[in-house]
Every structure is written in structure tokens, then in C-alpha cells.
Design a protein. Structure first.
Length: 103
């Protein structure tokens, strides 16, 4: 069983008992959160597609921790103009574990 759900403006394909890194959520670690914006829900035999969302379908997840993604280097250069700009960025993430898919 899997579901496609909107989490913080992005769509994720989730399954029960799996862990995912999603954009940072404003919740405390070791708490539970419910996502109700389920777009697609699939059993072993059938697929339910929402228009745009499936009513009465929810995803329960447990927040494990907040972390940072790998460092991304941003380097800009214009040749023969002696222009160079160097910057870095680390995206903040939240690690969640899907506990239940409720139909």
C-alpha cells in the first residue's frame, strides 16, 4: 500500500514504516502529525485518484528529528571581468516516519 501526499508544498510517495526527509516542519521531535492532503491511494488491487484530494484519507507520521541537508556550493563567474562570487547553502529538513495510512 502506498499513497501520494502533499507535504509542505511538495508531493511524496509514501509507504508505511518508511522514513522520509521532508522540508522543515514547525513541530517538535517525537510528536505525531497528520497529513490530510492525500492525492492518490493505492491498495494491492486498486488505485483511488482524488479530484484533487481523496476525502477521509489521512497519513499519520512521527517526527524523528530536524536536520540539515548536504552543503550545496553556488559559484558564479564572469570571464575576463574579474567577477567571482562564492556562496553555500544547506537546506533544513525534518525526518519523519510514516506510521499509518488511514482510509
Amino acid at each position: 500500500m502506498f499513497a501520494i501526499v502533499d507535504i509542505a508544498g511538495q508531493q511524496f510517495k509514501v509507504e508505511e514504516n518508511n522514513k522520509y526527509n521532508v522540508p522543515k516542519l514547525d513541530v517538535e521531535p517525537d510528536s505525531t502529525i497528520v497529513f490530510d492532503s492525500v492525492r492518490i491511494l493505492s491498495d494491492d488491487s486498486s488505485i483511488n485518484i482524488g479530484h484533487p484530494l481523496i476525502e477521509n484519507a489521512k497519513i499519520e507520521a512521527k517526527v524523528i528529528e530536524h536536520l540539515k541537508d548536504d552543503k550545496v556550493i553556488v559559484f558564479k563567474k564572469k570571464r575576463r571581468k574579474s567577477y567571482q562570487k562564492f556562496n553555500t547553502h544547506r537546506q533544513q529538513l525534518t525526518k519523519i516516519e510514516i506510521t499509518k495510512i488511514i482510509i
